[in-house]
Ligand binder design. Structure first.
Ligand SMILES: [Zn+2]
Length: 233
């Protein structure tokens, strides 16, 4: 078993810190994620212009590890960036959690996906996006994503999929920001979190496919410990 960890049972989230010294140190040595993001708890405003996207249509490769589906830009394709608070971060991975890890105004969502970015100095910025089901037919671009990339039934290891990343963002770009950690072991920090307040909409059948193929993959919310929570304005 070694350092294997799970989302349930005696190697579930409450026991991660008992699996090995590295996990224990990560959990006890930094402020943890996810947390509940409540508008009533917001301590500061942050200018929305401090978050900027420099995303381009990119080919991603699918893989499955840490109990979920991952999409990584194919080798050496580091053309996608965000600029946050005047610092540039490169996108390196997109992956999925069910149900959502963060709560927004106490509300859980059926799915949350994370876009993991890293700065040249090895600092992490993760963008969290909530998904809700829709009955409305999706436009052709989104349907293409749906068929090829996001449907875990189709995404065998090593499948190559073109994705227009801007299509993955919600229409409303208001966001929460706080400092926390990774949500999978080792849950080390600091991680700069940006979590969109509005969800994106996914086909109900796609969310069901995720539920069947991936299932419960969320760490429960962690104590906030008086951390500042920022909301964009
Ligand atoms: Zn994640």
């Amino acid at each position: 078993m070694g350092m294997d960890w799970y989302y349930q049972g005696d190697r579930g989230p409450e026991k991660w810190k008992d699996i090995c010294a590295i996990f224990k140190e990560a959990e006890e040595g930094s402020l943890q994620s996810p947390i509940c993001l409540n508008q009533k708890d917001v301590t500061n405003w942050i200018a929305s212009g401090l978050l900027q996207f420099d995303y381009h249509p990119t080919t991603f490769e699918t893989s499955y590890y840490n109990h979920t589906l991952h999409l990584a830009p194919i080798a050496n394709e580091s053309i996608n960036h965000v600029v946050f608070n005047h610092k540039r971060y490169v996108l390196e991975d997109i992956h999925f959690h069910l149900p959502s890890e963060h709560l927004i105004d106490e509300k859980s969502f059926p799915l949350e996906f994370h876009m993991v970015h890293r700065s040249p100095k090895n600092e992490l910025l993760v963008i969290g996006i909530m998904a809700e089901p829709t009955m409305v037919p999706l436009n052709e671009k989104m349907a293409n994503l749906d068929r090829k990339a996001l449907n875990p039934r189709n995404s065998a290891r090593g499948l190559l999929v073109p994705i227009d990343l801007m299509q993955l963002l919600p229409d409303e770009l208001g966001f929460f920001h706080y400092s926390g950690s990774l949500t999978t072991p080792p849950t080390s920090g600091p991680v700069n979190w940006v979590v969109f307040k509005s969800p994106v909409y996914m086909r109900q059948g796609l969310l069901e496919a995720f539920k069947e193929q991936i299932g419960k993959t969320n760490r429960p919310v962690q104590p906030r410990k008086n951390r500042p929570i920022y909301l964009s304005k």
